[in-house]
Design a protein around this ligand. Structure first.
Ligand code: GLU
Length: 367
């Protein structure tokens, strides 16, 4: 089922790679996974996003009972990550594949310059037939600056490498109509072409034992990928052929929609942490719907704090999300020119500025 895809991102959840009881790496399953990767590696560019650093490190941490403080969890991640990377290196080397480790922080995907840089690094590894093994840089990520779960990180990576398939290996083999652990009525949804409210509701409460994702973040990741021309498969972790054995009975597939949006707009659309909000009037809303730029005159309120060049969200007067864009002004300047005619900008600020607060080339509508 997956052999037709050319660029794969494979995300392995903590509960897939670590035995929830012994808290050790599931070596037998890992060996099967590595064998499948060997076969696919011949015709496909593969990127791995693997969780488990914190769970593994917590087990190895000397004083595990006191593992409550942030720095202790970060220390656990540091211990676990080296163990995880070591295992990947060993398992793939046995199959004659070289690996490299990349640890990303949220900023590496949300700041465009760093995003392009990370992309170049991954491309360079692929061009040398090396498989990148990626995780979040948990040792430095704090609450405000982290992805928090590797489903979203994997979706961002899929976009970074222009993947056509994201595979989420998890402790559940797809999306069910309701939680299969609590209900016999639960039915697997095998093929999904659009993620609507009904699908999002199904994802509620289908969470996993270890790791932080759950079904909600998987749906979120699938949604992001769908708009980027990348399909997503959610599948289980007890298959003796974890990748080559994927079929429609043991997975859910979310089919990609073709989207004509430019790479820059795709990056914008999937930005994870906008820094501020512009609330606009109906006139500006109409202009945006007609693919025009956003002028200061149409802004009725501003929230958050942002600098020039930061990504911000546009909300309608009724607080519906309209779009995302790059601000040409910082928060204080925007406050001063809000509601004003563009020809007065230089008088108000004391220097020449752009007519638009968000230029149409830097703006993407949210469908
Ligand atoms: N980055 C975390 C780790 O390796 C996992 C996050 C997640 O569970 O998705 O431990």
């Amino acid at each position: 089922m997956i052999s037709k895809y050319k660029k794969l991102v494979i995300k392995i959840g903590s509960s897939s790679i670590i035995n929830p009881k012994t808290k050790k790496i599931k070596s037998v399953w890992f060996n099967s996974l590595a064998k499948d990767i060997k076969v696919l590696h011949k015709t496909t560019k593969i990127t791995i996003v693997c969780s488990g650093a914190i769970a593994l490190g917590a087990e190895l941490f000397k004083n595990k009972k006191t593992l409550r403080r942030l720095e202790e969890k970060q220390a656990a991640a540091a211990i676990g990550q080296i163990e995880l990377a070591h295992n990947w290196k060993q398992k793939l080397k046995k199959n004659n594949i070289d690996t490299a480790q990349i640890l990303l922080t949220l900023d590496d995907s949300e700041t465009r310059r760093r995003y392009l840089n990370a992309r170049k690094t991954i491309n360079a590894l692929h061009n040398n037939n090396i498989i990148p093994i990626i995780n979040e840089n948990d040792t430095v990520a704090t609450e405000e600056i982290k992805y928090g779960d590797n489903d979203r990180l994997a979706a961002r990576v899929a976009q970074m490498v222009d993947a056509d398939l994201l595979i989420l290996l998890s402790d559940i083999d797809g999306l069910y109509s309701t939680n299969p652990q609590n209900s016999k009525e639960a039915k697997k949804i095998k093929k999904i072409y659009k993620i609507d409210k009904k699908i999002e509701k199904m994802a509620d409460s289908q969470s996993s034992e270890i790791g932080s994702g759950g079904m909600t973040t998987k749906i979120w990741a699938a949604k992001m990928c769908m708009t980027n021309g990348c399909s997503t498969i959610i599948t289980g972790n007890n298959n003796s052929k974890p990748l080559l054995g994927i079929n429609h009975n043991n997975s859910t597939i979310f089919y990609a929609q073709n989207s004509p949006t430019s790479a820059r707009k795709k990056w914008l659309l999937n930005h994870l942490h906008p820094n501020g909000f512009l609330i606009i009037d109906d006139g500006a809303l109409k202009a945006i719907m007609q693919n025009k730029s956003l002028l200061p005159a149409g802004i009725i309120d501003i929230k958050g704090s942002f600098r020039r060049g930061d990504v911000i969200t546009i909300l309608s007067a009724k607080k519906n999300k309209i779009g995302i864009g790059v601000s040409a002004y910082d928060f204080n300047e925007a406050k001063k020119i809000m509601g004003k005619n563009s020809k007065d900008i230089s008088k108000i600020l004391g220097y020449e500025g752009r007519d638009e607060i968000i230029h149409k080339d830097d703006l993407v509508k949210v469908q």
